[in-house]
Design a protein around this ligand. Structure first.
Ligand code: GLU
Length: 502
């Protein structure tokens, strides 16, 4: 294979959707698998859609994901500039080449005129298409005499440059994922290549760039497939070899009905963007929701690509080694927010207690608690299997840090009996005299006391848990009291007995 050069070419119009991250990821995996180059190109020729901060957001997102850019606006490279607005003057000359060849033309129709043609057609139940038939009746350098259109140009009348789509021709082309495709040009319009504001449209700009940057494979979202016949025609007109194409299937809503949108995430409480978006209408991000980048990437990789085995957990290196574009499916992939959590859970389990303790310590600091790593490690060992995120550790362990303020009334009703206060005070005096407060030692002491007196283990342990935790949840009781220590245990028993005996 020739040198593999692929690009991810987002438009900075807002936060990057996770579908876009997946496109970037597949490009990256394909490049690395084939010893190629991954390029980030910013496509910002549509000035009306430009959003401040979006460019940095895109770069920050890729960085967080571990997708390393080889050539781009920050990295540089021999094929720059990598931002389209930095090279806008070059595109006009390519539009002119097509005009000189007779494959493109100037069109002077005002937006108002085109709008009225559109609504007239609509009233008649038809769709207006600016194509071979229509162009003869409109104001352009095909229908006008040369002196007429030259005069318009000389006078500085606004114009666009349109591609002259042939009338009735079958265009044949191939897509790596979709196979051979034939489209008749009869259904296509004369797309605008160059706008009246002096900027190229996406169609012209991306194609010129792909050519000049020697892109070998264009891997992008399925929404661009309908434009591919035009792009093929443009390559032909320029006399350039087209790259190979792979159009990726859509990411679908969890119910499989339609494209995954921000609204779906808002409704169901999951992010559709990698990072928090701080501008204007803000949006949740995977990073701020507590996801690690590795499971996030792992999940995205499997939304559309199938490794052909049962393996689900892949590191980035394993993805690079295993990835193949031939195993990307044709049909859309349903996004499953529960599966996303599952991936994070799996990766969290692989972290050491020390790593998690360091992360959890940060979380605690933000809540005003200061603990050393060794103490937190023990705590994490007790709840690790139950958590999917670092923030879940807090939900599982909050009672380790603070005595209950209220007692679960349901549990009180069921488990706090006439004799509970007396028994718990007796237990308290046993614990007061226990020097070794390790879980194993307290367990031995308490069990011996219960046995000796013929008490009911369940009744005592539930009542104790109620006073220590506030309800019936949490890890092994002896692990809890050992961790909070003797003083705190005795205090909680006292407080509970007093409050519940009232
Ligand atoms: N700028 C286009 C987008 O944001 C890129 C499409 C392509 O990769 O050709 O979708």
């Amino acid at each position: 294979m020739e040198q593999v050069r692929v690009r991810f070419a987002p438009s900075p119009t807002g936060p990057l959707h996770i579908g876009g991250v997946r496109t970037a990821l597949y490009n990256y995996l394909f490049a690395k698998k084939n010893g190629g180059t991954f390029i980030l190109r910013i496509e910002d020729t549509d000035q009306t859609r430009f959003v401040e901060g979006a460019e940095e957001y895109i770069m920050e997102s890729l960085k967080w994901c571990g997708i390393v850019v080889d050539e781009g606006i920050r990295e540089g490279g021999n094929y720059g500039p990598y931002r389209q607005s930095d090279k806008k003057t070059i595109y006009r000359q390519y539009a002119d080449i097509l005009i000189d060849k007779g494959d493109a033309y100037y069109a002077f129709d005002t937006p108002e005129k085109l709008e009225s043609l559109r609504s007239e057609s609509e009233k008649a139940g038809k769709t207006f298409i600016y194509n071979a038939e229509a162009r003869e009746k409109l104001i352009n350098s095909v229908s006008l005499k040369e002196v007429e259109w030259r005069e318009k140009l000389d006078k500085g009348e606004p114009f666009v440059i349109r591609f002259k789509m042939p009338h009735n021709e079958d265009i044949h082309f191939d897509d790596i994922i979709r196979g051979h495709i034939v489209v008749n040009t009869g259904t296509l319009d004369d797309k605008v290549l160059f706008k009246s504001d002096g900027m190229p449209t996406y169609h012209l700009a991306h194609l010129v760039d792909d050519h000049l940057m020697e892109i070998s494979h264009v891997i992008r979202g399925e929404e661009w497939l309908p434009s591919l016949p035009l792009h093929i025609m443009l390559y032909r007109s320029f006399g350039w070899n087209p790259p190979l194409f792979a159009h990726l299937p859509l990411l679908l809503k969890p119910d499989g009905k339609g494209k995954l949108s921000k609204r779906d995430g808002d409704k169901m409480g999951f992010p559709v963007f990698p990072l928090f978006w701080p501008y204007g209408e803000t949006a949740k991000g995977y990073r701020e929701d507590g996801y690690y980048p590795e499971p996030f990437i792992n999940m995205l990789a499997l939304l559309g690509w199938n490794p052909g085995t049962e393996q689900e957990i892949f590191s980035m290196d394993e993805l690079i080694n295993t990835f193949s574009i031939d195993r990307v499916g044709k049909s859309g992939s349903r996004f499953d927010p529960e599966k996303a959590k599952w991936f994070n859970h799996q990766y969290l389990q692989k972290r050491t207690n020390t790593q998690l303790a360091i992360e959890f310590r940060e979380f605690l600091r933000a809540h005003g608690y200061h603990f050393d790593i060794i103490r937190l490690e023990t705590l994490i060992g007790l709840v690790k299997e139950r958590v999917s995120f670092v923030k879940d550790i807090w939900e599982q362990t909050d009672f380790f840090f603070k005595a209950p303020e209220i007692y679960d009334q349901e549990v009180v009703k069921k488990r706090w009996k006439e004799d509970s206060a007396g028994l718990l005070l007796e237990l308290k005096s046993i614990l007061e005299n226990t020097v070794d407060f390790s879980a194993a030692a307290t367990e031995l002491v308490i069990k011996a006391w219960i046995e000796k007196n013929g008490y009911n283990t369940g009744a005592i342990m539930n009542a104790l848990r109620l006073l220590i935790v506030g309800t019936l949840r949490g890890p092994h009781m002896f692990d809890i009291i050992s961790w909070i220590g003797k003083d705190e245990t005795l205090k909680r028993i006292d407080k509970g007995v007093t409050l519940l005996s009232k």
